[in-house]
Ligand binder design. Structure first.
Ligand code: SAH
Length: 504
């Protein structure tokens, strides 16, 4: 059994030309030659590219884009000049409508190939993908690492794909317009007073990351500087620690976490909408951005934002909405406009009349639960992260919602316990799991509970298709499916599916 000559079609450094036909999970272009698959980063569907093999395996190879021989009809000039280095927006070089078409097709393909659903059925139930009006500036949250470039200049920006080298860019095209000015103010302050950026390699320096959040409906802005702060650093500050906030030192206000902090605050609050300025202490030598200790140094501890319900026909905003109070550490949907569309659809798919008992599994801070509560008799939310459940309860209270109850724990443990031991039932179950999908035990209990309808919100069409197969084999019928684009420029695909119990 010697090696066949054509075992490996290509070897390292081979250069060849291929047409790109698909996009891989990491956003790379996929071309095929015979039975062989080539992954070419930065190539988009329709491109004919010349590329060089970097790593060859038996059935596939990774190749580097050398030249676009014939550009694809859907290739566009990306707005962000850093997009290839950053890797955050893998398909920004593709026309937005083509991105949407790709995402819709991906959902359908996965339902057919992974879920084993008939192609005709999938075509019949799939509604048109919902895109954004503007595929840029849609994110309400950004986290910029602070560091130095090769010449030692202080910079803020993003990590170059899969590294921890910071590339200077204070204007990410997905973020709020104000981000740039805020970052430049902080960098100028650091330069003026020689405040060092944190250095991952030595663990020294002060400023690690800058988190900025903006309420898109409230226009409120929050800035949180993540710092490698030690008590003794504060004492070195030249500005008196008492000042006019002296009495509130324990709450953080008036405490000097950053040299010449008052001057910095004075500059930051010139930005329209500035509502909260805080520091978050993180002294751990890890990749985790945020620490656990937050001190507000100016303004409020939290900003507000409202998620409105939308009309399903034209997706116009209604005046019904849920107000969320967001701290630097809270989870909150990063694209609130598309979230409104997605969760309004979830409500529509749930088909509530006011009499139903509804479960919202993987409920996070309860966004969907609180949406559903207005139309249901009772909503139960389940979420593994206890801080998120605290936020969910707080948000329910703020909004005067009394028929929502939240449990901390894993969906696959809480659901069987509540159903089998306490006999709590369900008319409708909504799930919004992370990418790995639902746990088998969770799906099993859902089937036992026999709700009339199941609404599945998913951020990974492959695990969605896998789980839908289990649910449909267990007595449910695929009724509606729709992709909603939450992350333009990226390969992420969000899908919502409505299932109905078959009458047996
Ligand atoms: N709809 C939510 C977001 C859902 S994201 C909102 O708008 O807030 C998925 C959530 O599932 C995350 O909050 C994650 O913490 C949670 N999670 C992950 N595994 C879980 C499990 N096994 N059981 C319950 N929750 C889980």
């Amino acid at each position: 059994m010697g090696h066949e000559k054509n075992d490996i079609l290509y070897k390292k450094n081979d250069v060849f030309t291929v047409k790109i036909e698909d996009i891989g999970n990491g956003g790379e272009g996929i071309g095929r030659a015979g039975g062989y698959t080539l992954f070419v980063k930065d190539a988009v569907i329709g491109d004919v590219v010349r590329c060089k093999v970097m790593k060859a395996k038996k059935k596939y190879a990774y190749a580097k884009l050398e030249e676009i021989v014939v550009p694809s009809d859907v290739r566009v000039e990306p707005v962000c000049k850093y997009h290839r280095q950053c890797g955050g927006c893998q398909i920004q070089a593709m026309d937005y409508r083509a991105q949407l078409a790709y995402k819709e097709k991906k959902v359908k393909n996965d339902l057919v190939r992974i879920g084993g659903f008939a192609e005709e059925l999938v075509e019949q139930v799939t509604e048109p993908v919902i895109g954004m009006e503007n595929a840029y500036r849609y994110r309400n949250k950004a986290q910029f690492p602070v560091g130095t470039d090769k010449e030692g200049n202080l910079i803020a920006g993003f990590y170059a794909g899969r590294t921890h080298d910071i590339i200077a860019n204070t204007d990410c095209a997905l973020g709020a317009e104000e981000n740039q000015e805020i970052l430049e103010i902080i960098l100028a302050h650091m330069r003026k007073y020689h405040i060092p950026a944190y250095d991952e390699k030595t663990g020294s320096g002060l400023v690690r990351h800058i988190l900025i959040r903006k309420g898109f409906t409230s226009r409120e802005i929050m800035v949180c500087m993540v710092i490698n702060y030690r008590e003794e650093d504060g004492k070195k500050g030249k500005v008196g620690r008492k000042g006019k906030f002296g009495k509130r030192a324990a709450a953080g206000e008036g405490r000097e976490f950053l040299p010449f902090q008052k001057e910095l605050i004075g500059e930051l609050i010139k930005i329209q909408g500035m509502t909260s300025v805080s520091v978050c202490i993180n002294r751990d030598r890890t990749n985790v951005i945020m620490g656990e200790e937050v001190h507000t140094i100016w303004g409020k501890d939290k900003i507000c934002d409202t998620i409105h319900r939308r009309n399903i026909k034209d997706f116009s905003r209604t005046d019904q909405g849920i107000v969320f109070h967001i701290s630097p550490l809270s989870f909150y949907q990063v694209n609130p406009v598309q979230t409104e569309r997605l969760y309004s659809l979830a409500l529509e798919y749930a088909g509530l009349t006011g009499r139903e008992t509804v479960w919202d599994l993987y409920c996070g801070i309860g966004t969907i639960s609180l949406f559903l509560a207005g139309e249901a008799k009772k909503v139960y939310g389940v979420e593994a992260v206890s801080q998120a459940i605290e936020d969910a309860r707080e948000n329910a209270a703020y909004n005067g919602i009394e028929n929502a109850e939240f449990f901390t724990g894993r969906a696959e443990e809480i659901l069987p316990e509540k159903y089998e031991k306490e006999g709590i039932r369900a008319d409708v179950i909504v799930v919004d799991p992370p990418r790995k999908g639902c746990d088998e035990a969770c799906l099993e209990t859902m089937l036992k509970m026999r709700p009339e309808r199941i609404v599945y919100v998913s951020c990974d069409p492959a695990t969605l298709a896998r789980d839908l197969r289990v649910l449909c084999d267990g007595g449910y019928e695929l009724k509606r499916a729709r992709a909603v684009d939450q992350f333009g420029g990226t390969v992420h695909v969000e899908t919502i599916v409505g299932l109905q119990r078959r009458d047996m």
